[in-house]
Structures are given as C-alpha cells and as structure tokens.
Design a protein around this ligand. Structure first.
Ligand code: FE2
Ligand code: FE2
Length: 405
C-alpha cells in the first residue's frame, strides 16, 4: 500500500473517532456532530480515493488494510477499542457511500444497540465479525477458506437471519431514542410548569433523531412504539404520537423540510395538559361534566402557551389547538363553519387516537390492534380524515406483513 493512502486513512480516523464521540455525547443532530460527520465523510471518500472500497479489519490488535497493518496511533487504537467493544472486526466502506447512510451508520454505532453479531444492514457499508478468511483476535478457530462458496439455500437462510437481526437492531435503536426523548419531554413539561424557556434545540434534535430512525426502519417502528406501557404516560404518549405522525408524513412523501415542524408539532400537541389540574388528568374512574369541561380546555391552553415561544414553529400552535377538533368538527374547541383543519393536526389526531387505544391505562386494558384498526377504518370520513386514516392503516398493515414474513 502506498504511503499516501495510509496517510489518508489515518486522516480519516482522526476525524472519524471524534465524530463517534460527539454523536455519543450529544445527539446525532447536534451541530457539532453534524459538522464532524460532514468532515469525516469527506475524509472517508478521500481515503478511498480511486479504489472501490476501504476495507479495514482488526487482526491481532492492529488495523489491517490490504494485508498491511496501519502504524499505531492514538486514533488507530481508539478505533480498535471502539469496534472491539461492539464485537465488530471489519468495516468495509464503498466508494459511493452516501453521507446520509454514513450518518445513519454513526447513529447506529453510538445511539443504537451493542452489536453482538456480524451483520450487514447498510447497502454501502458492511461490517461484522470474522469469517472473511483472516485471523482475528477472538476467533482464530473461525478461519474460513475464501474459496468455500455458500450454496444458494444457505445464502437464503443467512439473508433471513440477517433481516431478523436488522429488525431487532432497529427496534433497539428506536427504544434507545425513545428513552432519550422521554427525558427531553420531561424537561419540556418541567419548563412549562416552572415557566422557564422551552428547550427548543433539544426538541428539534429529538425530531431529527426520529426522522433518521424512521428512514432506517420504515414500518418496523410501529411494532413497538405504541406498545409501551410506562407510567410516564404523557411523555411516552408525546414521543409515540411524534413517531407515528412522522411515519404518516413520510409515507405521504411530505417534503423533508416540513418534517421537522410536523414532528415538533406532534411532540408538543398535549402541552396544554400542563395547565389542567393533575387530580383531573390522573383521575381514576369517570370524569364529572365539569372536570371534562376543564380537560377540553387543553388544546386552547396549549396553543396560547406556544404562541410566543421562540423556536417553536407556528404549525405546533395550530396542531395543539386543532388535535381534538375531529374531521366532522364534533370535537373541541368549537369553531366557525368555514374553518379548515390543517393536515398536520389531522395526522396528529390519528396518531393520538391509535396511541390512546394501544396504551394500557389505569382504568382499562389496551385494545387489540385489529379492533382499533377496525374502529379507525369506520371512523374514516367521520371523526378522522378518510385519506389519512387509510394511509395510516396501510402503514399498519405493512408492519404486520413484515412481522409475519
Ligand atoms: Fe390532547
Ligand atoms: Fe394526546
């Protein structure tokens, strides 16, 4: 290997390792992470140069490229430590690795699960453990003869296993993101209660994380996000509604630059509940008419609260105000006859409906998904926008098919 290439690889590692640290310490959407990902990606392409791939493997405590070890350096050592911790012993980047795939790869390494098995879930980036005909530190007995070819059937079952691992990893990835977002929502509600300024930056970062995750996981996300039954209902509910609403918007091919506002709006749709007495919100059993009247004020109170908050998109005010209005205006608040509901509010209503039914509340069990789907399809054109309800049910159907296949 020519010296110049080795240098380019060292330069890549010099920015790649700090990128992983930034993503781990802050979030994938944090400005620091975003700019270091950009630089690392550029350095990666630089390191690949005119080759088809950059294939780095860890052999006997060294990073080996084209059968030649790289010189020891602080970044080479950190690379080895980082990847060994995740049981990864080789990474292969293709010359045409797009930046967003590289971003997702970084996100998965740092936000996502500990990787315990070899897998290849990105089209341009392969990584994994053992089995490519070289000796590794932990798996010497796993040496595989390069000339040995998999038969078709074996390749097929390997693909299936890989698919299952991919689903498991994405689920874990979402769970991790959701845990983090619940924390952000706790801070949001704390800020509202104490009349402090909203952490609008964190809110945006949370939405970016979810958008990135949905891009990776497509319909898989629906498998678990509404199934959680934590006590912190309001926080989980907010993040669930955000995930479900973004999934709807992305299925409708809504433009990328609108997604953030939609996500923020969905995340904050119930912020007005902070102005309703807790004993009413958490009451077990039936609400009195007067108590229900108070609950019905949360859309208006939420909109009033958000109206002058810096960094909050106007769409969030609209969705907070309209999310209980219903398609046929049978909900609340009541508005004039020529009112036009925003599509974001209507998507939020659908996610809200689904999540409220799926979440186990104190006073009743969660309703089976097929019963909810049935109810939702009947509600299409009545309380729910029929086109959006159809889009949502289609998303759910795709999920079940994916789960059963
Ligand atoms: Fe609400
Ligand atoms: Fe809600």
């Amino acid at each position: 290997m020519i010296i110049e290439k080795k240098e380019r690889i060292q330069n890549f590692l010099k920015v790649f390792l700090p990128t992983l640290t930034n993503a781990h310490q802050y979030t994938i959407a944090h400005q620091l992470t975003v700019s270091s990902i950009e630089t690392a990606h550029a350095q990666l392409l630089e390191a690949i140069g005119n080759d088809l791939t950059l294939f780095m493997k860890i052999v006997e405590g060294r990073v080996v490229i084209d059968e030649e070890p790289l010189e020891d350096s602080i970044y080479v050592n950190r690379f080895i430590q980082f990847f060994k911790k995740r049981a990864i012993q080789y990474v292969r980047f293709s010359y045409d690795t797009p930046q967003d795939e590289f971003t997702s790869f970084v996100a998965m390494l740092t936000v996502g699960p500990t990787l315990s098995e070899d897998t290849a879930i990105f089209p341009h980036i392969q990584y994994g453990k053992v089995g490519l005909g070289f000796k590794t530190d932990d798996d010497e007995e796993n040496e595989i003869d390069e000339s040995e070819k998999w038969r078709d059937e074996e390749a097929e079952s390997a693909r299936e296993a890989e698919q299952n691992r991919k689903i498991a990893q994405i689920k874990q990835y979402f769970t991790d993101i959701q845990e983090k977002d619940i924390g952000i929502m706790e801070n949001v509600y704390e800020a509202v209660k104490k009349r402090k300024s909203l952490p609008d930056r964190d809110i945006r970062d949370a939405v970016t994380d979810i958008v990135t995750a949905i891009k990776q996981g497509s319909s898989v996300l629906l498998a678990f996000s509404p199934l959680r039954t934590l006590d912190e209902y309001t926080f989980t509910h907010s993040t669930n509604v955000c995930i479900l609403t973004l999934a709807q918007a992305m299925a409708l091919n809504i433009k990328e630059d609108m997604l953030h506002d939609i996500g923020v709006a969905a995340l904050l749709h119930d912020v007005g509940k902070m102005f309703i007495p807790e004993e009413i919100l958490n009451k077990q059993g039936k609400l009195t008419d007067d108590e229900f009247e108070q609950i019905k004020l949360h859309p208006q109170k939420g909109a009033e609260y958000l109206i002058d908050k810096p960094g909050i998109p106007p769409l969030a005010i609209v969705a907070a105000y309209e999310h209980h209005m219903q398609f046929n205006f049978s909900g609340y608040p009541k508005v004039s006859a020529n009112w036009r509901q925003n599509i974001c509010s209507q998507m939020t209503t659908i996610s809200d409906y689904f999540d409220a039914c799926r979440t186990k509340r104190i006073y009743r069990d969660s309703i089976e998904t097929n019963i909810i789907m049935d109810q939702m399809s009947k509600a299409g054109g009545v309380t729910l926008n029929p086109v959006l309800a159809k889009n949502f049910l289609f998303l759910l159907k795709k999920l079940f098919e994916a789960q059963q296949s």
